[in-house]
Design a binder for this molecule. Structure first.
Ligand SMILES: *Cc1c(COP(=O)(O)O)cnc(C)c1O
Length: 385
């Protein structure tokens, strides 16, 4: 297959390609002539060298969010980090309270974990966002109780691109003596993150949403005498007992390099992506019945969720074979369910089923946008005719 026959990739919110510079770093930690050793091996130099690579990556990830390296726990991704934050914290803090607050439009890694906690006897309050996809601090205040142990709200929504005011929400949680967890998988490189300034106690991160590899992530765990997390994975006591298992040096070094590049390139990437988003929206001007589900102006510029009235989203996906995008709908054997996130912000079912998420990134070009616009206009007019 030649490069020109590849679809235009506008699905950066699902995953990003690994930056070439990251792939190069990862290759240093695999083969016999390189630093392949177990970073937990204390008895030889090869082990120490692998450990050094892991610790450098830990600093790079910590620096990106304004944390101390000792506050980073490596995981297999943001899904595991979300599980560890919610289950690990709630189980370890039963005497603080059995109540958890989250929202209806969190990522499945939070929604399904919170449901599992309900089955375990914990109580969950599900906040409903406004049409802008955001949770208001006053709303959170109303849901807080004496027995609320933890609040979990995401920084950037993966389907909408909406941005929560994390600092304000964390302040409310702390007013009531609860800890604050934030799923920041979509936020790295898109908004400024500082666990110190935003007063976040637990933060989930993913490698592959930020030009790093899949299969690696981290949980930031604030260093505090009161901070207790029960591990989900038991074994050799790695990661200060919170997550056992031999550390994947190449994955971790890759995530570290990716986050270092985010620090260097965040501003430049964002400036370009804002231009691309404007070019995309301008290109769709004049096409009737197109509505933004994304709260434009209060969202990250790399995610655009649009409804195409009168066009079935799945048919549109078929019509857009040469553009890699997603609907956010879930397919069952018999039917297609509209996205729970779109329903969650009050989008009517009919429009939710006509919606597509376009997401851009570091390697998207103006030519990609222009080509995609042509294909979208063609497909939408064809399906409406
Ligand atoms: C992608 C994503 C996750 C899951 O991350 P993995 O590293 O793929 O497990 C969790 N939360 C949000 C908001 C995401 O976008």
């Amino acid at each position: 297959m030649t490069a020109t026959s590849l679809p235009i990739y506008l699905d950066y919110a699902a995953t990003t390609p690994v930056d070439h510079r990251v792939a190069e770093v990862m290759q240093r930690y695999l083969t016999v002539d390189q630093l392949f050793a177990n970073p937990a091996s204390r008895s030889h130099m090869l082990g120490w060298q692998a450990e050094q690579a892991v610790e450098q990556a830990r600093r790079q990830v910590a620096d990106t969010i304004g944390a101390d390296p000792r506050e980073i726990v490596w995981t297999s991704g943001a899904t595991e980090a979300d599980n560890l934050a919610l289950i690990g914290y709630m189980r370890a803090n039963r005497e603080r309270g059995m109540h958890l607050v989250t929202s209806t439009i969190e990522h499945k890694a939070i929604v399904d974990t919170a449901r599992a906690l309900e089955h375990e006897g914990f109580e969950v309050s599900w906040l409903a966002p406004g049409a802008d996809g955001c949770i208001q601090p006053a709303q959170l205040r109303d849901a807080m109780r004496d027995d609320t142990a933890l609040v979990s709200l995401m920084a950037v929504n993966n389907e909408l691109g909406s941005i929560n005011d994390i600092a304000a929400l964390a302040a409310v949680a702390h007013e009531f003596g609860a800890a604050f967890h934030c799923d920041a998988a979509q936020a790295v490189g898109r908004i400024e993150l500082s666990v110190a300034a935003q007063q976040v106690d637990l933060m989930s991160l993913s490698g592959h949403k930020a030009y790093g590899p899949k299969g690696v992530g981290a949980l930031y765990v604030k260093r505090h005498p009161d901070m207790r997390i029960e591990p989900l994975i038991h074994g050799g006591g790695h990661e200060r007992g919170m997550r056992s298992g031999t550390l994947p040096t190449h994955q971790i070094a890759g995530m570290g390099e990716a986050f270092k590049l985010i620090q260097q390139q965040h501003a430049e990437d964002q400036a370009r992506i804002i231009q691309l988003q404007q070019r995309f929206l301008k290109g769709l001007e004049g096409l009737e019945g197109v509505y933004a589900n994304t709260p434009l102006g209060q969202s990250v510029p790399n995610i655009l969720n649009l409804a195409f009235e009168g066009v079935d989203g799945e048919s549109l996906l078929m019509g857009l074979r040469d553009v890699a995008v997603s609907t956010g709908s879930a397919c069952n054997s018999a039917s297609v369910d509209p996205s729970y996130v779109l329903l969650g912000i009050g989008v009517p079912r009919r429009l939710a089923l006509s919606s597509i998420r376009f997401s851009f990134g570091r390697f998207t070009t103006e030519a990609d946008i222009d080509h995609a616009i042509t294909l979208i206009r063609h497909a939408v007019s064809g399906l409406r005719a």
